[in-house]
Design a binder for this molecule. Structure first.
Ligand SMILES: [Zn+2]
Length: 169
């Protein structure tokens, strides 16, 4: 089934739909409708049953924002990155490795220079408009913010869900 068919069905039936749609939406952000919220709770309960009941862990809750020191120590600030290219015409951005998957195996393991070479050799253009693409750039995927009423302390949203959810008993 095509992804757009699934997304259209989910939207019509109220499972989930793009957040802030009347203001143009934001890529990757969705709201759960009444049925979607119930489905999400069911999935979370399956997860809880597996990890808490069967695996003997205890669930803990922690803030979704952690201080910069945590992610320096974990290596996420240095390593949680993708190589991205941007269309010079329409300004859409793409993961460079996704654009070369049809030409090479293990595209996600290529260096920036290797990705640039594959993009050039295969004359890869913008999938949206056919425009010229920028060279691959390293993009850190962390979402940062300033913590406190006057800022001064950088924090980040958790980039992965595994860091503060489980506590082995
Ligand atoms: Zn474009």
């Amino acid at each position: 089934m095509e992804p757009n068919i699934v997304l259209g069905l989910a939207k019509r039936r109220g499972f989930f739909y793009p957040s802030f749609e009347i203001y143009g939406g934001m890529a990757g952000m969705f709201d759960y409708g009444p049925l979607g919220s119930l489905m999400k709770q069911n999935i979370e309960n399956v997860w809880r049953n597996y990890y808490i009941v069967k695996e003997g862990c205890a669930e803990i809750c922690s803030p979704v924002i952690s201080p910069e020191e945590v992610f320096k120590a974990s290596g996420h600030l240095a390593e949680f990155t993708d190589f991205s290219v941007q269309c010079q015409n329409c300004k859409d951005a793409f993961r460079a490795d996704h654009l070369v998957e049809e030409f090479v195996e293990n595209a996600d393991s290529l260096s920036r220079e290797e990705l640039a070479g594959v993009l050039k050799e295969n004359n890869v253009k913008c999938p949206t408009c056919g425009g010229e693409l920028s060279p691959p750039e390293t993009v850190n995927l962390m979402f940062d913010t300033q913590v406190g009423p006057v800022g001064g302390r950088t924090g980040y949203l958790r980039p992965e869900t595994a860091q503060a959810m489980l506590w082995r008993l």
